[in-house]
Design a protein around this ligand. Structure first.
Ligand code: HEC
Ligand code: HEC
Length: 416
């Protein structure tokens, strides 16, 4: 089946929004607009997937945006009630997560004693299902509070499909460079219980793997991330993460006794994320050449080869056009969040390190970087510059371009 029916279907809610006033007021004055056929489609499934995967995509898409309630097991702590509230239409935000860390006087170096944060580094602002006490930043000037927007989840199946060998190869190539750019793999643990669906992998809890997902690449696989988001962001337990998040009320359950959702709930949402297409617009060769000459492409690697045995055949044994190396880079002090490198936080990633953001579907975004502080692609590039950033020379090269060349580079990036 072609993705077309879904693209049309996703147009319907927009049309309904456009005429949401009461029917009696909209009879004659309604402007006659015919739907444009040149909708720039995104949040659509990868072309050529099996009907079984297409069904998973559609079911998972629906679940992704469905809010869960107390009776579904929401709480004792939560931040938002659906995946989609932080990844609206698979894109950035509007929901977000706040992080907190105790820092030294410089404001960016983690303090050696983080024990004041008894419930960890994530703010859990809301309660449900019997919870009474949220986890909020303590009123202490040494506590640095930072924001992480839910990043876009477009094309994430491509990232999962990339072979370990490719990531190891790129890390080794960067280590041998004679400039500042030396990305590092975030080696992390698979933190979920074994998944009964072993099509994508057969990992056990505690297996050491290459981190790929999250703004600091702290999670190795999409089912692990989904189960983590359920538990951490929504207070929903699953067979992959069967225990409630540690909370100040000491609750071990909520209004729905026992484990809140089954394997399918996790796997369908994970499969939806795995199967979203990369919404690429054809881009010009001048922009591509400038992307290379200014060394954006050293970190934002245009393509990485995927495993031959990835179960989505459209993603297996291909050059995946992901525009990331999946490695951590030392970015500027200004971007640092003060969080310590710790297996329970972001794995080996420290306060200053961020995963190279995949450049996918940026024309659908209005804010950029992990906390949305950049309001345009140009601003995002400029904010790569700062104290100790590996990307400083690349920003210098961008600044040295003519205004026309800068515009074609930005246009190229926006089309990715
Ligand atoms: C309260 C907001 C919030 C909710 C709810 C939420 N997420 Fe996220 N999501 C985030 C943030 C913030 C990150 C980045 C996390 C990090 O770096 O630690 C993220 C990251 C991700 C990633 C990794 C993307 C990448 O580029 O590596 C995936 C996949 C994901 N979320 C899926 C989900 C799913 C599935 C759900 C529902 C079960 C969900 N999220 C619910 C905020 C949210
Ligand atoms: C040293 C590695 C490195 C180089 C070189 C580099 N980037 Fe990045 N880029 C990153 C990292 C890491 C992030 C994520 C930073 C964050 O979220 O705070 C990022 C984020 C971005 C974003 C924001 C994406 C989003 O989803 O918010 C854009 C746009 C971007 N880079 C474009 C470029 C361009 C264009 C160049 C070349 C002029 C470039 N980058 C050079 C590592 C690099």
């Amino acid at each position: 089946m072609s993705p077309r029916p879904r693209a049309l279907f996703s147009f319907i809610p927009l049309a309904m929004l456009a005429c949401s006033s009461p029917p009696e007021e909209t009879t004659s004055a309604r402007p006659t607009r015919t739907p444009t056929t040149s909708v720039d489609a995104f949040d659509v499934p990868i072309a050529g997937i099996t009907s079984e995967f297409l069904a998973d995509f559609n079911d998972g898409d629906l679940l992704f945006s469905t809010p869960l309630r107390d009776s579904d097991g929401l709480g004792p702590l939560y931040t938002r009630t659906s995946c989609g509230s932080c990844h609206d239409k698979a894109n950035r935000g509007p929901g977000l997560v706040q992080k907190m860390a105790l820092v030294e006087d410089d404001g960016v170096t983690p303090a050696s004693d983080q024990s004041e944060l008894a419930y960890g580094h994530t703010v859990h602002p809301l309660t449900a299902g019997g919870g009474m006490t949220p986890i909020l930043p303590p009123d202490d000037p040494k506590v640095k509070v930072t924001t992480r927007f839910g990043p876009p989840v477009l094309g994430r199946g491509y990232l999962e499909a990339v072979s370990d060998d490719e990531i190891l190869r790129v890390e080794a190539e960067q280590a041998a460079r004679d400039d500042e750019i030396h990305g590092r793999i975030n080696w992390v643990s698979y933190a979920s219980e074994h998944n009964e669906d072993t099509r994508f992998h057969d990992y056990d809890r505690g297996d050491t793997l290459i981190g790929r997902f999250g703004l600091k690449a702290r999670v190795p696989a999409l089912d692990d991330f989904t189960a983590d988001a359920f538990q951490g962001d929504m207070g929903i337990t699953s067979p992959l993460r069967p225990t409630e998040f540690k909370n100040p009320d000491g609750l071990t359950d909520d209004q729905k006794p026992g484990i809140d959702v089954g394997f399918d709930s996790v796997n369908l949402r994970a499969n939806y994320v795995r199967l979203i297409a990369i919404p690429r617009r054809t881009s010009d060769s001048t922009g591509a050449a400038l992307f290379e000459s200014t060394q954006c492409s050293v970190c934002h690697v245009p393509s990485l080869h995927t495993r031959a045995d990835y179960p989505v055949s459209a993603l297996a044994d291909i050059d995946a056009p992901v525009y990331t190396d999946l490695l951590l880079h030392r970015m500027s002090d200004e971007l640092a969040d003060g969080l310590p490198a710790d297996p329970g936080v972001d794995g080996q990633a420290d306060s200053f390190s961020w995963r190279t953001a995949p450049l996918i579907g940026l024309r659908f975004d209005r804010t950029f970087l992990h906390d949305g502080r950049a309001k345009s692609v140009t601003e995002a590039i400029e904010l790569h510059r700062g104290a100790h950033s590996e990307a400083n020379a690349s920003v210098d090269a961008f600044d040295a371009l003519t205004a026309d060349d800068q515009a074609s580079l930005v246009n190229f990036v926006e089309g990715l």
